[in-house]
Design a protein around this ligand. Structure first.
Ligand code: MTE
Ligand code: MO
Length: 363
């Protein structure tokens, strides 16, 4: 059965709250991810908000607190559009869970990554209208959905530093791929923070608060932080670990589809994505058939827009027997991805950007 308007072959990690990613192959078809294919990451039930009664509060370190209806947002501010890829910090967690168990977190594959054309207004314009005060260093976002996993249950929220919040690319979006924002993606209004972990793109936005400090919402202060490998996440408190912000350089293989697929030996087309965080770009994608001893370069498609992933493709000659395709990307600073998930393992399973590997049986 199609849930929340999604395609029937979504990999559903949880039904309530709904969490699902598209199957690998589905992502590589198009540069913009269709609405029925775009991944969904929810920490609590989807709130039912009445768009007519809904208001956005803008408060904190501003000269003029605002309360804006959707009509007021549309009338007072210039409409803006950004094509951007969202990626969850839990993307590819399955590769970390293979190294060591990660209790309580879903084993996402490479599909917690999707790209859309977002439209709405610039957060910078709304903050300017409210008169952002110079003491403001962080912009916090609050939403009404509540996650019952932490004890006590916690409403969703997060923040980004003022410099990112006031950049031209950060939107308050009411549309996705030219369609009204679907309820499961945050209707009536969500934040879109291109280049940063998906967790900062707060859905069902109700309040924007300018602060001196980052948000103290659970999902900013305690979750989405990189704990040391020997930490016990059940006892992690606010401020422990490293706060995740800009996403890490990453790539994965989207076709041929599944691990351990049987394929004829010989020339085979391999397709995947690569994505660099924040102000970096993907410079090169390398492919290896010998576990990384020697590499050839994949053809990198032009980046569809400033804040998006890039698809890449190459043809490899698969030998008979067992084969393993290994892929890594390089970014515009000359950095590349770490080889092994074993060295990245962390108790909540975030930010797995180790080399992508696909094992096949050929012949
Ligand atoms: N916003 C709210 N209010 N509640 C949430 O659970 N999940 C976050 C973010 N915004 C979340 C949220 C996370 S972790 C991610 S990765 C993205 O939304 C996912 O956006 P999507 O479901 O539209 O793909
Ligand atoms: Mo996420």
């Amino acid at each position: 059965m199609a849930l929340w308007g999604k395609r029937s072959d979504m990999v559903v990690h949880e039904r309530e709250p709904f969490n699902a990613e598209p199957p690998r192959g589905a992502l590589g078809e198009e540069e913009l991810t269709p609405l029925d294919t775009f991944y969904v990451r929810n920490h609590g039930p989807v709130p039912a908000l009445d768009p007519a009664a809904w208001r956005l509060t803008v408060d904190g370190l501003v000269e003029r607190p605002l309360e804006l209806s959707l009509d007021a947002l549309r009338e007072r501010f210039e409409e803006a559009e950004v094509v951007a890829t969202l990626q969850c910090a839990g993307n590819r967690r399955a590769g970390l869970a293979d190294v060591r168990d990660i209790p309580g977190e879903d084993p996402w594959g490479p599909g917690a990554t999707s790209t859309a054309r977002w439209s709405g207004v610039r957060l910078a314009d709304v903050l300017a209208a409210a008169g952002l005060l110079p003491q403001a260093a962080h912009i916090a976002f609050a939403a009404p959905d509540v996650s019952t996993i932490p004890d006590p249950p916690q409403p969703y929220g997060g923040s980004v530093p003022v410099a990112k919040a006031c950049s031209a690319e950060v939107l308050l979006a009411w549309a996705m791929n030219g369609r009204p924002l679907p309820p499961v993606h945050g209707a009536p209004l969500r934040v879109v923070v291109p280049g940063w972990i998906g967790a900062r793109s707060v859905k069902w936005l109700q309040r924007v608060t300018a602060r001196r400090e980052p948000s103290d919402a659970y999902f900013q202060a305690t979750a989405y932080r990189l704990l040391p490998a020997d930490a016990d996440p059940a006892h992690a408190g606010p401020g422990d670990g490293i706060s995740l912000g800009p996403i890490a350089l990453n790539c994965d293989i989207l076709r041929p589809g599944q691990q351990h697929t049987r394929l004829p030996a010989g020339p085979t087309e391999v397709v995947g994505y690569a994505l660099a965080g924040d102000d970096r770009t993907v410079a090169r994608v390398d492919v290896s058939l010998d576990g990384g001893l020697t590499w050839t370069q994949a053809d990198l498609a032009p980046r569809p827009a400033r804040w998006t992933w890039q698809l890449w493709r190459t043809t490899v000659e698969l030998p008979p027997g067992e084969a393993e395709i290994t892929v890594r990307a390089w970014d515009s600073t000359g950095a590349t991805q770490p080889e092994s998930p074993a060295h990245l393992w962390n108790p909540k399973g975030y930010a797995n950007n180790s080399w992508a590997r696909l094992r096949l049986v050929c012949g």
